[in-house]
Design a protein around this ligand. Structure first.
Ligand SMILES: *Cc1c(COP(=O)(O)O)cnc(C)c1O
Length: 377
């Protein structure tokens, strides 16, 4: 089954009993059992049919063994970190989602996990940071918010060589375009709140394991800690996933037109977009990902200009999140990456004049006009 078909027909859509096209919402906490025949479902923290349909579909889309649906992206990432033990070290992409940074520093550090942030676009820098305590390599590509590109095959060979678990946050690329497990990653995580959901109407997280063994370990954590996605949200998310392909194509079509136009604006000092990246990074991205996506970050000529742009747009709503049908605008230094210390932000290039755009599906001429009037001096 090809990707576009798997989005619509993936795993077991619909139901066996009445032939419903959509997977029903099994709004039930528990299921009747016979003492010797517990049946496929018992208690919804462990498994629920609405969640199972979604979990099987994401496993199929990510070409993995077993899928898991969580209450949010952060719940999925937390469950993945719980695979580790006190004293273990995790190497992470340095321009990382701010919430993942906060999780590592404020929640996982007291449990004894050590985080080390590296420029994962440079494999030799990652190799140099590996210590005897290293257990996991956690990568975002394209990363948030500077869209840096990490070569996943190079990370997979490093991980294999040193016995590390390779985890990829695939939120920006989506399984429509990028499948890290097929390139040798052990686990994929998603904030399904973003492109997979796609309509700014739910919070969800997904994880997929490449092996059955890792799947069993993650299941134990999911069922024991219980941050599972409820049946209604599983239904909404599966509905969103059906149109992921057409949304990504349409969003990218808009972003491809906006990026060079924005780069030519006088107030734009620097533009970050995988399609306009340096040749080496662009080539690495194209080897592993089928599209350039819909996120564009801009360094403007001043922090005041960034604020004025964020305030002055009509269609680009100033809001957290990304990946929706609506265009969104974000000031990373204050919003998505506010949890990073100022010195770290500065070192990474997440300045007060940086703006991140999540391009939506509106008419391209309206989007251009919106940005043009907000950028006008
Ligand atoms: C939003 C986001 C997360 C966190 O997901 P939530 O669904 O908000 O908990 C993790 N990683 C990336 C790249 C994100 O953009």
């Amino acid at each position: 089954m090809r990707k576009k078909t798997a989005l619509i027909h993936g795993a077991h859509q619909g139901d066996r009993h009445f032939g419903a096209m959509a997977t029903p919402i099994y709004q039930s906490s528990t299921f009747r059992q016979a003492p010797d025949h517990p049946g496929p479902y018992q208690y919804s923290r462990g498994a629920n049919p609405s969640r199972q349909a979604l979990e099987d579909q994401i496993a199929l889309l990510e070409e993995g063994e077993r899928g898991f649906a969580f209450a949010s992206g952060m719940a999925a990432i937390t469950a993945v970190m719980m695979l580790l033990r006190p004293g273990d070290q995790v190497l992470l992409t340095q321009d990382l989602y701010g919430g993942t940074y906060r999780l590592m520093e404020q929640v996982m550090a007291p449990f004894g996990l050590k985080a080390c942030y590296v420029d994962s676009s440079q494999p030799q820098e990652v190799a140099a940071a590996i210590t005897p305590d290293s257990r996991m390599l956690y990568v975002e590509t394209p990363a948030n918010p500077l869209l840096s590109i990490t070569d996943l095959s190079a990370m997979a060979s490093l991980a294999q060589q040193h016995g590390l678990l390779l985890v990829v946050d695939n939120t920006f690329a989506t399984p429509y375009w990028q499948n890290p497990l097929a390139l040798g990653a052990d686990l994929v995580v998603h904030s399904a709140t973003k492109y997979l959901g796609g309509h700014s109407d739910l919070l969800a997280g997904l994880a997929v394991s490449r092996s059955a063994e890792l799947g069993r370990r993650l299941f134990r954590i999911q069922a024991s800690t219980g941050a599972v996605l409820g049946p209604q949200d599983c239904f909404l998310l599966q509905r969103g996933i059906k149109t992921l392909g057409v949304r990504m194509e349409g969003i990218e079509d808009n972003a491809r037109q906006l990026a060079p136009w924005l780069a030519a604006q006088q107030a734009v000092r620097r533009l970050y977009y995988p399609g306009l990246a340096a040749p080496e990074a662009k080539a690495a991205h194209q080897r592993q990902c089928g599209g350039f996506g819909g996120i564009i970050s801009l360094e403007l000529d001043s922090a005041e200009r960034a604020l004025a742009l964020a305030r002055g747009c009509h269609y680009f709503a100033l809001a957290d999140s990304l990946g929706a049908v609506e265009s969104l605008i974000n000031l990373p230094a204050r919003m998505s990456h506010g949890a990073l210390p100022a010195a770290t932000r500065q070192r990474l290039g997440i300045s007060d004049s940086l703006v991140r755009l999540s391009v939506g599906l509106e008419d391209i001429d309206d989007l251009k006009a919106d940005l043009a009037q907000a950028l006008a001096p």
